[in-house]
Write a protein of this length. Structure first.
Ligand code: ANZ
Length: 823
């Protein structure tokens, strides 16, 4: 492991120049040749698993947003190695799916070729940034050795009854020529590319994620994740507690041979006495039988219009309410009063039972509808003062027979009791989460591991029959009529089932790109295993992922899907933890210099290659961490890169110049500054506050210039402290001061609490010339903070009533306020 390469530091007469280009190339070569970051799958050391959301290898290459999160995990990985952890820090490619395929179509090249080319470019770029990945564990979801196991997991899902085919209304994107999952449709447009999405009935493979709704919700509580992401998942799962209530259809609308009743779902069973009409979704199966002949034409016309609208457009609160009367009536379960049955698009077939009881006095949408259609409004809760709006608050119930006087909770409980006793309904929990639409009419994805027979039956393949390799196709463009391109792979498509001898065809749809990313963190722990998707013992050691960093856009897509698969694997005994990702951090978006989101059309995209070329990888890394807190959105500033680059040059000029390094014991002054810095940097890295860790290092370098020389030990500790952030510089300084092995596994410096303690000073606080208090503070605190602390000081605040016309801090001595007292 020893390096005999000479340091490329250029020493002129008395000038030391930081030749970052050579230094960075030298260490990248060293790490690669020595496999410095190869991780042992098993170790007696404690483990730390730091994971990046792996990129899809686009044609554009990395943008500066990628290295932001990647630098953060790299800092943590490098730091944890030095703290004695066995660190797993892998990288791979999310290379199947729409983005890769769209790019291939745009360039007219086969996705297999473009994917390989793009991966090569991404690899070059990532390596140029000095990330400490174990490249021996690289994976790509479009490699057959990988997707064999994606197919294997599908087999497990199928055998557990969690995969089924269904003819349903799906989100069809005419532009992308494929079906999309609900999670992939944002405001009626495709998540990829923003193309319009329409509803279409198609036979699709579905995954029963709804079976896991409760577990997915419950286990969120224990995760160290940003609260907004947890909230987004909670809302997406959308648990509602209420009741199912059965309504009979009035005798005159009875049809022989049908069940003359229907169920509704409500979160407000307490308002049952306020129900004045019923609404069925326009797609409700009962409609055909109950709708009167006179109303039929109107109903059919309305149903057609609804088909063109998506759920979001239909349920928008502000939209004008529309609907049609069916001519039929239902009976109120308690009073037996006749309630007209309407259809309206604001009731969705996909939620609850596709039918509601309308309570216009206490529900906004019902209120608007009732006003529009001139339907009866009955108040059942005291408190509606505005006659032009629904009252949605709580209060004493009125006009409600046996629940009069009760509040919402008590009234609901009593009503549910009545419903159960009278066989009219029961308590019911509902989820907004829908099953996951899992087929895509596209070429570039995992084929399904199954055979379909002429009689419509399906045989899921056995382990030894995997993988089902994606056939090579010259023409891979989707047809646009809903048929997948694999339909053209005739030889591949038609087979004789070796097990039954029957004629069979393969499934022509492929899996969505989320399939591969659902479990890649598991493959990284054992990527070359040919017998199993991963080794069980290795899984026990490495899981869960300790730190996962990535973008917020995955909140209800990848992060929900991966949790779902993980939970299934847990229930089947294939993994040992209930959750895959213990801690999640979302890096904030990096905006262009104009403060806008970076985009090619705006021309404000910063290319990391250029930054590395001009300032070096360490400068790019350091700058991205210095821009502000990791989670915050922040604009790119050219000056900022120059600023941190100057700091690295300054560091090198000091610690790289033998004139500044002595061999004696370190001075008390420097020891104090050094230990304070170790303490601050350690604490900041532990809490991922990288920007303030960098500030602390800057302060320390200023100190060094002030005292003119430091000991070798101090220089080496500085090399270690900066190494997670600027690893090339760290290694270089470490080597210059006599070490012949990488510092990657050296012991992280510890600090002496006594020396690291802040020196406190006492500052006087005066208001209008009178002493009103004192502050005991750290001498280094900046003036703004001191003034704020002075303002908050007990005993001072009361003298500051009025307008503060002047506030001055004379450093380390006094804070002066001049206050104008108002008459
Ligand atoms: C009567 C009622 C009275 C309601 C009241 C609300 C307030 P969440 O919280 O979203 O679960 N609803 C039920 N099924 C529906 C469907 N398929 N399409 C559209 N709306 C539907 O909301 C549940 C409430 O949304 C239910 O409770 C029902 O209206 C409506 F003062 O029933 B409620």
């Amino acid at each position: 492991m020893s390096s005999d390469q000479k340091s490329p530091c250029i020493e002129g007469q008395n000038e030391v120049v930081y030749d970052f280009k050579n230094i960075e190339a030298k260490w990248q070569k060293y790490w690669e040749e020595n496999k410095t970051f190869r991780t042992d799958t098993f170790s007696s050391k404690p483990k730390y698993y730091a994971l990046d959301m792996f990129p899809f290898p686009s044609g554009e290459g990395l943008h500066v947003g990628h290295p932001e999160g990647y630098t953060a995990t790299d800092i943590m990985s490098r730091y944890k190695r030095m703290k004695g952890f066995n660190v797993l820090h892998p990288m791979g490619w999310d290379s199947f799916g729409l983005p890769a395929e769209n790019y291939a179509m745009k360039t007219g090249t086969h996705p297999d070729l473009t994917t390989k080319k793009n991966i090569a470019n991404f690899t070059r770029q990532l390596k140029s940034l000095g990330f400490s990945y174990d490249w021996d564990r690289e994976i790509a979801t479009s490699n057959v050795d990988y997707y064999k196991w994606t197919q294997w997991i599908f087999v497990q899902l199928y055998n557990k009854g969690l995969a089924y085919e269904d003819e349903i209304n799906v989100n069809w994107c005419p532009h992308l020529k494929t079906v999309l999952a609900n999670e992939e449709v944002i405001d009626g447009k495709s998540e990829v590319g923003g193309h319009p999405v329409v509803q279409k009935k198609m036979k699709q493979w579905m995954l029963k994620i709804t079976d896991y709704a409760e577990k997915l919700l419950e286990d969120l509580d224990d995760l160290d994740w940003p609260t907004n992401i947890k909230e987004m998942q909670r809302n997406w799962i959308g648990k509602s507690v209420g009741a199912k209530i059965t309504f009979d259809i009035a005798a005159e609308n009875h049809l022989i041979g049908t069940k003359n009743q229907f169920d509704i779902f409500t979160t407000r069973p307490d308002t049952l006495f306020g129900a004045t009409y019923m609404v069925l979704s326009p797609e409700h199966p009962l409609l055909n039988s109950i709708c009167t002949p006179e109303q039929k034409p109107e109903i059919e016309k309305y149903q057609k219009i609804c088909l063109s609208k998506n759920d979001l457009e239909r349920t928008e609160l502000s939209k004008e309410k529309t609907g049609v009367f069916t001519g039929a009536y239902a009976l109120h379960p308690v009073t037996q009063k006749k309630l007209p049955i309407w259809i309206a698009d604001y009731v969705l077939m996909s939620y609850g039972t596709g039918a509601i009881m309308a309570v216009p006095a206490h529900d906004e949408r019902d209120f608007e509808f009732a006003q529009q259609m001139k339907l009866e409004i009955i108040d059942v809760i005291e408190g509606r003062t505005d006659t032009n709006a629904a009252f949605t608050g709580d209060g004493a119930h009125i006009n409600s027979d046996f629940i009069n006087g009760l509040d919402r909770d008590a009234a609901s409980a009593k009503m549910i009791e009545w419903l159960v006793q009278n066989n009219r309904g029961e308590k019911k929990v509902n989820y907004k989460l829908r099953d996951w639409i899992f087929s895509r009419q596209r070429y570039w994805g995992e084929p399904f591991p199954l055979l379909k027979f002429e009689d419509g039956s399906v045989r899921i393949l056995q382990d030894h029959e995997l993988p089902v390799a994606l056939p090579e196709l010259e023409k891979f463009e989707p047809s646009g009529n809903g048929e997948s391109p694999l339909y053209n792979a005739t030889e591949w498509l038609h087979v004789i089932d070796p097990l039954t001898g029957k004629k069979a065809t393969r499934e022509t749809n492929t899996m969505p790109n989320w399939a591969g990313s659902c479990w890649y963190y598991l493959r990284f722990i054992d990527p070359k295993n040919t017998q199993n998707p991963w080794d069980k013992e290795a899984e026990k050691y490495w899981l869960p992922v300790d730190l996962y960093v990535g973008g917020v856009e995955h909140a209800v897509l990848h992060l929900l899907y991966a949790r779902f698969w993980h939970k299934v694997l847990y229930d089947l005994g294939f993994v040992s933890t209930k959750e895959p990702f213990k801690k999640l951090v979302n890096q904030g978006l990096i905006l262009g210099t104009d403060g806008e989101k970076m985009s090619k059309s705006r021309g404000n995209v910063v290319n990391p290659d250029h930054v590395v070329g001009e300032f070096g990888a360490d400068s790019l890394r350091l700058y991205e961490m210095f821009m502000g807190p990791l989670e915050k959105v922040k604009p790119w500033k050219e000056d900022g890169v120059r600023g941190v680059s100057n700091f690295l040059h300054r560091s090198y000029r000091f610690f790289g110049d033998p004139k500044n390094i002595h061999r004696e014991n370190e001075s008390q002054d420097t020891l104090k500054a050094l230990h304070k810095t170790i303490k601050k940097v350690t604490d900041d890295i532990e809490h991922m506050r990288f920007n303030t860790a960098i500030s602390a290092l800057m302060i320390f370098v200023n100190h060094c210039y002030k005292v003119k020389s430091v000991s070798v030990d101090t220089a080496k500790i500085y090399a270690q402290l900066i190494s997670p952030l600027a690893p090339h510089l760290g290694e270089e300084l470490w080597q210059m001061h006599g070490e012949n092995q990488s510092l990657a596994y050296s012991t992280w410096p510890s600090f002496n609490e006594e020396w690291a303690r802040d020196d406190l000073i006492t500052v006087a606080i005066q208001v209008n010339g009178k002493l009103r208090g004192t502050l005991n503070i750290d001498a280094e605190i900046d003036s703004e903070q001191v003034i704020q602390m002075a303002k908050n000081e007990e005993g001072v605040t009361k003298y500051l009533q009025g307008t503060i016309v002047k506030e001055i801090y004379v450093p380390k001595k006094i804070v002066n306020f001049v206050v104008k007292i108002e008459e």
